[in-house]
Design a binder for this molecule. Structure first.
Ligand code: FAD
Length: 253
């Protein structure tokens, strides 16, 4: 049986940064990250538009699962704000939550994101106009890495961690049980034991995590989901708004 101090389930941003921080603060700990998807360079969706034209429901979706998690191939926009995107501030305090986001941003910058820019979207005149119409303009600083740099940052983080942390890919954790003071994680072909477990399975693994928490008598609660709605209109119609708000003000580091 594979025995560790800490087992992390899921190699999305949550799992990656948990491993990063554990090794930084306590390098002596043995850490394993167990991920049901593939390593970053093996994440390939089989749809090629010729032989395979639509989703064939792979057992593990390369778009959603694997090193880097759900947003690995995204635009790489990191919002530094408490106004949307989660409620970390409820647990650690508003200033501390922003400090943590800036800390993560600095790690992304150090790991290949230095060429990207940090934007702010704050315009009092537009915020006022919104309020007059019962709308609320949310403030945020935004690091826009872009798809290519986002990939490079993930690649660099993996290269930095791979000699300090054991990554086990293509392995889904099915159950987590307590055995005395330790936890036993059962996967289809092997088992792992650990003193502590961090479950970081994101949206795709949330139902599974809920069932594991129930079996371990850990209370859970649902958090807010922010849904983005994309409205496309000719440029001229919204240009006053978008010119002022979309990546218009650069905040230099
Ligand atoms: C198309 C797209 C674009 C996005 N763009 C942005 C953006 O620009 N900016 C932004 O801030 N956010 C963006 N997001 C959201 C962002 O990706 C998520 O908020 C983030 O990935 C959440 O990180 P996480 O580590 O909590 O979970 P996830 O990234 O979902 O990672 C969880 C990991 O756990 C693994 N897992 C699940 N269950 C198990 C199990 N039982 N055993 C082993 N492994 C398991 C999954 O395979 C997955 O890799 C985007 C999301 C998508 C889908």
């Amino acid at each position: 049986m594979n025995s560790y101090n800490v087992a992390i389930v899921g190699a999305g941003p949550g799992g990656i940064f948990a491993a990063y921080e554990l090794k930084k603060q306590k390098p002596e700990l043995s850490v394993v990250v167990i991920e049901k998807g593939s390593a970053l360079h093996r994440r390939k969706c089989p749809i090629d538009g010729v032989k395979i034209k639509s989703c064939i429901n792979c057992p593990s979706c390369s778009i959603m699962n694997g090193f880097g998690g759900a947003g690995a191939f995204s635009d790489g926009k990191y919002n530094i704000t408490n106004e949307f995107g989660g409620d970390l501030y409820k647990y650690v305090g508003a200033d501390e939550a922003i400090e943590l986001m800036e800390y993560v941003d600095a790690i992304n910058v150090e790991n290949g994101g230095a060429e990207s820019r940090l934007f702010a979207s704050e315009r009092l005149d537009i915020a006022k106009l919104c309020l007059q119409n019962d709308l609320h303009l949310l403030k945020a600083k935004v690091r826009h890495l872009g798809t290519d740099i986002n990939y490079i940052v993930l690649e660099n983080l993996y290269n930095q961690l791979k000699d300090q942390v054991d990554f086990v890919f293509n392995t889904e954790v099915q159950t987590i049980e307590r055995e005395g003071e330790r936890f036993v994680l059962t996967c289809p072909k092997e088992q792992f034991t650990a003193d502590k477990v961090i479950i970081s399975t994101g949206r795709s693994g949330s139902k599974w995590m809920e069932s594991i928490c129930q079996s371990l008598s850990i209370p859970t609660e649902s958090s807010r989901i922010d849904i983005g709605v994309r409205v496309e209109v000719p440029y001229d119609i919204f240009s006053d708004m978008t010119d002022a708000l979309y990546e218009s003000k650069i905040v230099y580091r």
